[in-house]
Write a protein that binds this ligand. Structure first.
Ligand code: UDP
Length: 183
């Protein structure tokens, strides 16, 4: 929920990323309070879709690129960790709904569907027809075990909820990667 205060390792491998998000919220709210600036704070959750950089290192882009090249998908750790993936069009629709509302936030804009990385890998291999399977690699430190947004607030205040499920979103993303990678 939006009540979460963000308990992160301040000096770990991901700290510049985690703390930058926290600091951005702090800075934005300080401007709001001090200078009356109209603000919107949105919390996003693993957004994906066409026009991702194939080599940005995130799991959806890695898996699709590997699958389209006929390589095994690299699962970090045992693959039991979960993420909730939001298709970019849903995400942007949520942003616009928040902009048009009188709300400042923070408000979660994400897809509550929760998948393990093993499930994601199986789905990507199925949708691409990749038969190279999966390989396991070490889990990076401070890798979150679970992520699933509670979007009750967005539903109640904005009338927003995501409509593109993971399978549909991945099909569209894979098609765009085929064009970009020329495979
Ligand atoms: N991950 C993976 N294989 C990859 C890239 C990432 O198994 O090739 C895992 C990663 O360890 C994490 C999850 O997938 O548990 C999501 O990683 P990503 O970097 O996409 O997003 P974040 O960790 O910031 O949610």
């Amino acid at each position: 929920t939006e009540e979460y205060w963000g308990n992160v390792n301040p000096i770990g491998l991901r700290s510049m990323y985690d703390e930058a998000k926290r600091f951005s919220e702090a800075l934005t709210f300080a401007y709001h309070r001090r200078h009356g600036v109209a603000i919107r704070v949105v919390r996003i959750f693993n957004t994906y879709g066409p026009r991702m950089q194939p080599d940005d290192g995130r799991v959806v882009s890695n898996f699709i690129t590997q699958a389209l090249r006929g390589e095994a998908l690299t699962i970090y750790g045992d693959g039991s960790q979960t993420r909730s993936f939001c298709y970019v069009e849903d995400e942007v629709r949520g942003f616009l709904a928040l902009l048009d509302s009188g709300q400042s936030g923070p408000i979660n804009i994400g897809n509550p569907g929760e998948f393990t990385m093993l499930e994601l890998a199986d789905l990507v291999n199925e949708l691409t027809g990749n038969t190279a399977g999966i390989v396991f690699e070490p889990l990076p430190s401070d890798d979150p075990k679970q992520r699933k947004p509670d979007i009750s607030l967005a539903e109640d205040l904005l009338g927003w909820s995501p409509v593109i499920d993971l399978r549909t979103g991945l099909e569209r993303t894979i098609a765009s990667f085929v064009a970009v990678l020329g495979v």
